[in-house]
Design a protein around this ligand. Structure first.
Ligand SMILES: Cc1cc2nc3c(=O)[nH]c(=O)nc-3n(C[C@H](O)[C@H](O)[C@H](O)COP(=O)(O)O)c2cc1C
Length: 198
């Protein structure tokens, strides 16, 4: 296993996936890492829908592209210069898709609480995948077809879908690592907003 900080640096949004399957024990370890995340009052208000069925993944890809059409007015096509959404064309070939859901009844009335109790689990999942050399990409654009996706996956009304990630080994030209981020000095204040320190 790589060093933790190597893993953190390697994790990035993968757009191209090999169809190679993810072994069950590896997938279970990744999901177990997700369940180690913190949540408000340790309620663990998460469910992970692991999509492996080709037809479910194909339909998910269709809805993803329809959502993109609704949002931007155009849909991606295979081979086009649209790296970030490339996986939505042929989504059935991505070995696994994971929909991350949060329970609503215990957090109604607090949007912050909802996100704060689910995204740490999503980040754990993505980091654990990266530790295995597996690419992921947190996506939300499909929310523009929320009702259709909920119906496809049978998500009940008292649960909300918060993020979906494809999961698979990166295919060239993609690779883990190489994300571009602002330096710590640019995004950190000391004691008070705007105070950059020394
Ligand atoms: C809240 C959120 C929503 C996102 N939604 C999408 C999405 O719908 N589709 C997509 O391809 N990437 C999506 N991303 C991935 C970002 O575009 C990606 O993390 C960012 O561009 C940094 O890319 P990198 O990690 O490869 O450097 C989302 C990320 C976040 C945090």
């Amino acid at each position: 296993m790589p060093d933790f900080f190597e893993v953190v640096r390697s994790q990035r949004g993968t757009a191209y996936y090999k169809p190679d399957p993810i072994p069950d024990d590896v997938l279970n370890q990744i999901l177990e890492a997700a369940t180690r995340a913190p949540s408000g009052s340790n309620r663990q208000p998460w469910r992970f829908i692991v999509m492996r069925d080709r037809e479910v993944k194909r339909r998910m890809g269709e809805l993803y592209r329809e959502a993109q059409r609704r949002m931007t007015g155009s849909a991606p096509t295979r081979g086009a210069e649209d790296g970030p959404v490339h996986f939505s064309v042929g989504m059935e070939d991505v070995p696994v898709l994971v929909m991350i859901c949060v329970e609503l009844w215990q957090i109604r009335g607090s949007e912050i609480y909802r996100g704060a109790s689910i995204y740490p689990a999503g980040q754990n999942l993505m980091l654990a995948a990266a530790a295995h050399g597996i690419g992921t990409r947190l996506t939300t654009i499909w929310q523009h077809c929320y009702e259709d996706v909920a119906s496809l996956l049978g998500v009940p009304d008292d649960w909300a879908m918060m993020a979906m990630t494809p999961m698979g080994y990166p295919a060239p030209p993609d690779h883990l690592g190489g994300s571009r981020r602002k330096p710590v000095s640019e995004v950190t204040f000391i004691d008070r907003w705007g105070n950059a320190g020394e």
